[in-house]
Ligand binder design. Sequence first.
Ligand code: PGA
Length: 245
Amino acid sequence: MNIIISNDYDELSLEAANLVAEIVKQNAYPVLGLATGSTPEGMYKILVEMYRNKKIDFRNVVSFNLDEYIGISSGHPQSYYHYMFSRFYSHVNINPDNIHIPNCQGNDCQVICKMYDEAINAAGGIDIQVLGIGSNGHIGFNEPSEKLYVNTHVTDLAEETIKDNSRFFGKMKDVPRQAITMGVGAILKAKKVVLLAYGSNKANAIRTAFNGEITTSVPASFLQLHSDLTLIADRDAVSLLDISG
Ligand code: PGA
């Protein structure tokens, strides 16, 4: 694992944006795996700035988002659809046909999940997967559990995740209880993975994810199996990690 320790949030965001920009520039048809949450917000801001300054072109980019809530509409201000369009997609020249955000609100979820994985494969797989990490060690909405899933699936959100996400919804009762998420398999199949972690509330998740053990109770621990993983974190997030070796 490559570890980049940043001094502050702006530096973390710039490091992440630079890694994504590199992939976009290197590939004729770059495939991005994108994450939501508060951590990558700065990265999107910088990527939009790069686009405005003509340093990057998203014309041929294909994107796949990691996850989406079930139970709120795409138009809801807390949907990941809304997050992505308001912070990124609406501000760059990505072709709307190339944007993929999983979404199932009805009973055809199984078909939608299968089609999502097929679309990733048809695009040639993900060149760079950006990830945040939950305070409970989740990646995407692959929550700590007795078992994890390889493919895109519907999942119940963990209590800790519902609590963490209540800051965006105001009331606990308004936080969705379910989501559709890419599985751990699709994440691990990405050619390059970039994990972003900021702040002391991620320190324990980072410690348990990278302590040499792999366990379904810390889904991020599976990232240890990836051969091209970069962790970009501030000092607080890695404060419990032994990085001496
Ligand atoms: P955050 O979420 O960036 O809002 O902390 C990360 C995650 O839950 O994956």
